[in-house]
Design a protein around this ligand. Structure first.
Ligand code: ADP
Ligand code: ADP
Length: 228
């Protein structure tokens, strides 16, 4: 489903952020991306989202070479990929309902589809009662649930989570992990970059470790492996 083939990313200033990496993530995988700060994790995620281009190599999603995608086809790619960030990135002037509906409006879903799908998603993330609230009226965990609902509302095949628990206390972080695991069980591939040692160690999922722009570990049931 996701393949990195001999991918190198060198930033303009000459920093080699990723050096000839090969990664193969299968449909339905739950993969943690770990590694020290500056290892290349964000670069890996930005490449997946086509926010930046590799210097060398090929990245395919569903067999589609995203490095050769015409501008016209980028929206179709983004639709296949949901994204969740550490800082939620909700629209502050829209309600919970409107934040999720907006993701469907962008892909030109019909009003009827939106009216049906948004409440289903809010129920799934446990926020049915908060549809009319604004992001600032919610706790961090609730805001992250809204961002997850928004990320999966268009049924992407992959959910990318960049430090999704980074701003949450441990109990709330675990609630979010339960939700992500539930989404994964429904068949969505999950790629999660994280520094949350305890979560990685307890979950026993695939762990891909990046250090200095190279993959140094890739274990089926891995551990975090660092002390921070
Ligand atoms: P991580 O997410 O693991 O902390 P990054 O992918 O952000 O690592 O960074 C990998 C390396 O690339 C680091 O040395 C970082 O300083 C550098 N880097 C990241 N983004 C840029 C950029 N836009 N321009 C130049 N160097 C960058
Ligand atoms: P995070 O890993 O929290 O997502 P960033 O990707 O913003 O953080 O930054 C990771 C590393 O890349 C940091 O060391 C940062 O200094 C460096 N970096 C990010 N953007 C640039 C840039 N435009 N130029 C140089 N270094 C950058």
């Amino acid at each position: 489903m996701i393949k990195f083939l001999n991918v190198t990313k060198e930033y303009r200033e000459g920093t080699l952020a990723l050096s000839n990496i090969n990664i193969h993530i299968e449909k339905g995988d739950f993969a943690f991306i770990v590694g020290p700060s500056g290892a290349g994790k964000s670069t890996f995620i930005k490449l997946l989202l086509k926010e930046i281009e590799p210097t060398k190599g090929k990245i395919t999603i569903h067999g589609m070479d995203i490095t050769r995608l015409s501008t016209r086809k980028i929206p179709a790619l983004r639709r296949k990929i949901g994204v969740v960030f550490q800082d939620f990135r909700l629209l502050p002037n829209k309600t919970v309902y409107e934040n999720v509906a907006f993701a469907m409006e962008i892909i030109e879903a019909t009003p009827k589809e939106i009216r049906r799908q948004v409440p289903t998603m809010l129920a799934m993330v446990g926020l049915s009662g908060k549809a009319k609230m604004y992001p600032h009226e919610l706790s961090g965990g609730e805001q992250q649930r809204v961002s997850i609902a928004r990320a999966i509302v268009n049924n992407p095949s992959v959910l990318i989570a960049d430090e999704p628990t980074g701003n949450l206390d441990p109990d709330t972080a675990w609630e979010i992990m339960k939700l992500l695991k539930q989404i994964n069980r429904r068949g969505t591939t999950i790629v999660m970059a994280t520094h949350a040692k305890e979560i990685v160690d307890v979950m026993q999922q695939r762990v891909i470790a990046i250090e200095g722009g190279k993959i140094v570990r890739d274990d089926k049931k891995g551990v975090y492996g660092y002390e921070d």
